[in-house]
Design a protein around this ligand. Structure first.
Ligand code: DC
Length: 335
């Protein structure tokens, strides 16, 4: 039998959120430890004294975990304790070592045992971030989030609604009502805009330039960064983007900045475009890459820049496999 620890936090003492977070925590413990219902021996919860509105054990029963004994107790009111926190101890029949799960603000509690890792992978367009991130995500069995796809979806929203990306108040109004979701289908990230899968549409070359402009707006970044942090707070992940190590996850354990000469990046993009059926002259791609670099590096909010604690990798003369191996080695050195 093993004892699996876990914890999560809520933002306010409300029954609805307690039910949602307890379910999320138990489902994550079950999935990450490969448990089936019959493996559970019992589940014990404690909650901080500021949680009064609902029993975590009741929330667990309602979430379908009634197949084993459930128990909850209140912790003493300790001043320095993390507020609004629910802790759990799951006893289960399992041969593998326990994988402990700490979610939301509780992620900061037990970094030593929670085995959660965050990797920030930043860099300019065409540096190979997305390809490398996907391979690493699969190898390490962690979630991979391409944050550029989210800014691309915002740009697509502007196109669809006929709103200029330079009209910030109009874009802000669009952001208020945007339904942007990132889902994983057979391990692949899919981006949904207003309920529709737009994963292919957001890769169109015309979306690329607008994505760079729209991503410079505070109203867009605020919303996307909150969403990215929310996704990253739940699980081990690798995020690729422009401001992950500097802004989205400044505490990420591993930070890499992947770059390459503009000419090499333009060549890579030209090849990718051809594969997708877009025949765009190399000269135009190079010009656009340089323009995007300029805009991404010089914007006021969260510009593309190397985090002081990031490892810079120039991939101009490296294969994808070499970049992946380099990152893996660096991570090993640090662990
Ligand atoms: O990586 P990409 O080409 O899909 O990104 C599209 C645009 O989104 C890019 O020009 C800059 C912007 N972006 C950003 O500002 N911050 C991120 N974390 C990711 C992308």
């Amino acid at each position: 039998m093993i004892a699996i620890r876990g914890a999560t936090t809520i933002e306010s003492d409300c029954g609805g959120q307690i039910k949602e977070r307890v379910k999320e925590l138990l489902c994550e413990i079950k999935a990450k430890n490969g448990l089936s219902d019959g493996d559970f021996v019992c589940i014990v919860f404690t909650s901080t004294a500021d949680i009064r509105s609902y029993y975590p054990a009741k929330a667990a029963r309602e979430a379908g975990f009634a197949f084993c004994p459930l128990f909850s107790a209140l912790e003493p009111d300790i001043e320095s304790a993390l507020k609004l926190c629910i802790r759990v101890l799951v006893f289960a029949e399992c041969k593998a070592p326990a994988k402990h799960i700490y979610l939301h603000a509780a992620a900061a509690l037990r970094k030593d045992i929670s085995q959660r890792i965050n990797i920030a992978l930043d860099g300019p367009a065409g540096s190979g971030k997305s390809t490398v991130a996907k391979i690493l995500g699969k190898k390490l069995n962690i979630l991979c989030l391409d944050t550029g796809a989210m800014y691309r979806a915002c740009a697509l929203k502007c196109i669809k609604e006929n709103v200029s990306v330079f009209d910030e108040p109009a874009v802000a109004a669009l952001m208020d009502g945007i339904a942007l979701e990132v889902k994983y289908v057979e391990g692949e990230q899919r981006t949904y805009l207003d309920g529709q899968d737009v994963s292919a549409e957001i890769r169109k070359p015309e979306v690329s330039m607008l994505a760079s402009s729209v991503s410079a707006l505070g109203c867009v970044r605020e919303k996307m960064v909150a969403l990215q942090r929310q996704i990253a707070s739940k699980t081990s992940c690798i995020l690729d983007g422009r401001d992950i190590g500097t802004n989205v996850l400044p505490d990420a354990q591993f930070k890499f900045y992947l770059t390459a000469l503009p000419e090499v990046r333009a060549e890579r993009r030209a090849k990718e475009n051809l594969q997708k059926g877009y025949d765009i002259p190399y000269g135009q791609i190079l010009k656009e890459i340089i323009e995007r670099d300029e805009r991404d590096k010089n914007r006021k909010i969260a510009p593309l820049t190397v985090a002081p604690d990031a490892t810079v990798i120039d991939s101009s003369y490296m294969t994808v496999e070499e970049v992946v191996a380099f990152i893996e080695n660096k991570m090993q050195e640090k662990i």
